[in-house]
Write a protein that binds this ligand. Sequence first.
Ligand code: HEC
Length: 243
Amino acid sequence: MIDLRPRRHVRLSLSLLLAVAAAGLVAGCTNNSGSEQSSNLVKGKQLFVQKCGSCHILARAGSKGVTGPNLDAAFAAARQENWGDDGVRGVVYGQILYPNPNTAMPANLVTGKDAADVAAYVSTVASKPGKDVGLLASAVAPAGGGKPAIEKGGILSIAADPNGQLLYVETTAQATAGPLEVQMPNQSGVDHNIVIEGTPIKSPIIKKGVSKAKGTLKPGSFVYYCSVPGHRQAGMVGKLKVR
Ligand code: HEC
């Protein structure tokens, strides 16, 4: 019996062989008939956004991380060569289990059925045009653009998206001039902080909990953002009015 989970370069060529063999027989088959259990794509998408999206762009998942490669670009060649979703899924699954240890990608961010669900979701959407529809479209609540955060009693609370997207829940905020404590609740498990540009306010980077910083603000318009590399560019930014 062949070990189906060897290192990635072996898995790649195996997938390629399977894809070439299947190409002439099956066209446009996107189901999961090859797996023992059917995959939960909704769960796979939620886990992808939470555990992977902070490092990878994947258009259909709306993720914007730039630490790792853009996954739509990564699988473009595979799509052109008519790999089926199963071939792509095998590569993603192998990468989750055996990432190159010399890179920023930790192994086993998701395990067991969760890893299979993430791989199934990525293989279903990577490098494919269009948008997620149906249950997949609503799998992850949109973040940002909520109600403004309003300072109360010298405390201004601006939360990081709890689902792991590189966004704040509140993208606008209001405060009165004077001493201010900014609090950033972060339930996501992804590193974040909050910096108010042009002021000394810069909170520590944390994965979970509430990150806090104090300072004194003058009236004016300010920008706040997350200083973890890539997060501001991805959209983790907002506007603060101090009166
Ligand atoms: C901390 C950042 C980080 C996280 C989180 C992360 N990755 Fe990665 N990923 C990387 C980096 C860096 C690479 C490039 C590794 C290399 O060059 O071998 C990579 C490579 C990949 C590749 C191969 C792409 C290619 O071009 O060959 C895939 C597929 C992938 N990741 C999927 C995932 C999935 C799925 C998750 C979530 C379970 C995930 N990654 C989480 C950083 C990350």
